[in-house]
Design a protein around this ligand. Structure first.
Ligand code: DNO
Length: 394
């Protein structure tokens, strides 16, 4: 297992020097400043890579791209997509030229990860990201006024949502909107309610079958290039793994993943095993999913969630929550051992995904879910699991 750390680039408030002190071996990052759909120029990739490498004492390198974003027009199947595919392939060629061959991306329409609370208190201090089904229902039904949302929630949740809405102040509503908008993919996009309505209108009529068809077109356009380049594409599951705002989600469970990997059946067409995303659906057995698709896992996000019966969930500490993290790491180690028989690069890169805001984290203004100390705690716990299991396997 290769310990990686997500770093948001030179504007990240956490420096490479600090990351090195967490013990992480390498960096997961992206050229976040480049608008979606444009080519990542070779020189810009090389400059970022060289910056990461610049202090040899830190021993860091750019291991994984997260994400090479898929333009929303591709997800909508909107217009002549060939120029967008051509740009995507050119970015892949440039990344490969710079020696970076593992690429994480997602296929979630409009919104990436979605949470209703970015600083949900945890019992012994610190805060976590949280998804409240009640607040999401309040947002959809009473702020966005999306009537069909009533079909997506139980009557009990809707009743509590109405109560929440009636008691909420303008500030509460604004905070809720801001939290939900934090997962918008475009680095600088943030919508207010009317803008979000308008954006959603662009997806009208896009059902599950249509989104799948558009995804297939994308895979057929890029996987042959990935194969030629020896590149590993790793789709990130939907977060949360369910339809949201009336938009279909098609990377949410075992059946979805089976369809995707079979759609273009190539080792280059693989998976980011995100235990937190998949783990938020009570029907998903994350360890079983990891076992089933082990040979196509190119990257792992390890984090845990504690689910509530109404569909809400809180991000738990990495070894707490509902997912059997030790069992999951065991599956990944077994897969590494299988790979090591045939390859010298058998290590699966993983990163401690998200973390609680702990101790001095709160004052630091880092990306939601990506504090320094909370993730360092997660990484240290995961490192302990890996070391123990490796020791037991000998
Ligand atoms: C959230 C992340 C996601 C992820 C993308 C990958 O914290 O896990 O935003 O980076 O979905 O494309």
């Amino acid at each position: 297992m290769i310990e990686a750390w997500r770093w948001y680039g030179p504007l990240d408030n956490i420096s490479l020097e600090e990351i090195a002190q967490t013990g992480a071996a390498g960096i997961v990052t992206a050229l976040h400043e480049i608008p979606y759909g444009e080519v990542w120029p070779l020189a810009t990739i090389q400059t970022r890579r060289d910056f990461i490498r610049s202090n040899p004492e830190l021993g860091l390198d750019w291991l994984v791209v997260e994400s090479l974003p898929v333009h929303e027009r591709i997800k909508r199947g909107d217009g002549d997509l060939e120029p967008l595919f051509e740009n995507y392939r050119q970015s892949m060629v440039n990344l490969a030229e710079a020696g970076i061959t593992t690429i994480c991306y997602n296929f979630m329409p409009l919104l990436d990860w979605t949470r209703t609370d970015l600083a949900h208190p945890v019992p012994r201090g610190g805060s976590a990201l949280h998804f409240s089904a009640v607040k999401m229902a309040a947002f959809e039904l009473f702020m966005l006024e999306r009537e069909a949302a009533a079909n997506d929630y139980s009557t009990d949740v809707i009743a509590r949502a109405q109560k929440w809405f009636e008691a909420s102040t303008n500030e509460d509503r604004q905070t809720l909107l801001d939290s939900i908008m934090s997962g918008l993919p475009g680095a600088y996009d943030r919508y207010d309610v009317p803008q979000l309505r308008e954006a959603l209108a662009g997806y009208a009529g896009l059902d599950r079958a249509a989104l799948r068809a558009n995804y297939k077109v994308f895979l057929e356009a890029i996987i042959p290039t990935a194969e030629q380049l020896g590149m590993k594409m790793a789709v990130h599951p939907d977060d949360p793994p369910r339809d949201i705002l009336g938009l279909p989600r098609i990377v949410s469970n075992q059946e979805d993943i089976e369809w995707i990997l079979g759609c273009v059946d190539s080792p280059s067409n693989g998976l980011t095993l995100c235990s937190g995303s998949l783990g938020a659906n009570p029907k998903n057995d994350v360890t079983a999913i990891a076992k089933k698709f082990a040979n196509r896992i190119h990257f792992a996000h390890l984090r845990n969630v504690a689910k509530q019966a109404d569909g809400s969930f809180t991000e738990a500490a990495h070894l707490d929550g509902d997912t059997d993290m030790v069992g999951l790491v065991k599956v990944l180690l077994e897969e590494e051992s299988t790979r090591s028989a045939v390859s010298e690069n058998a290590g699966i890169p993983f990163r401690p995904d998200h973390g609680h805001e702990l101790l001095d984290d709160a004052g630091r203004q880092t990306h939601p879910g990506y504090p320094l100390i909370g993730r360092m705690r997660g990484l240290a716990e995961l490192r302990g699991v890996v070391a123990t299991l490796e020791n037991l396997a000998v």
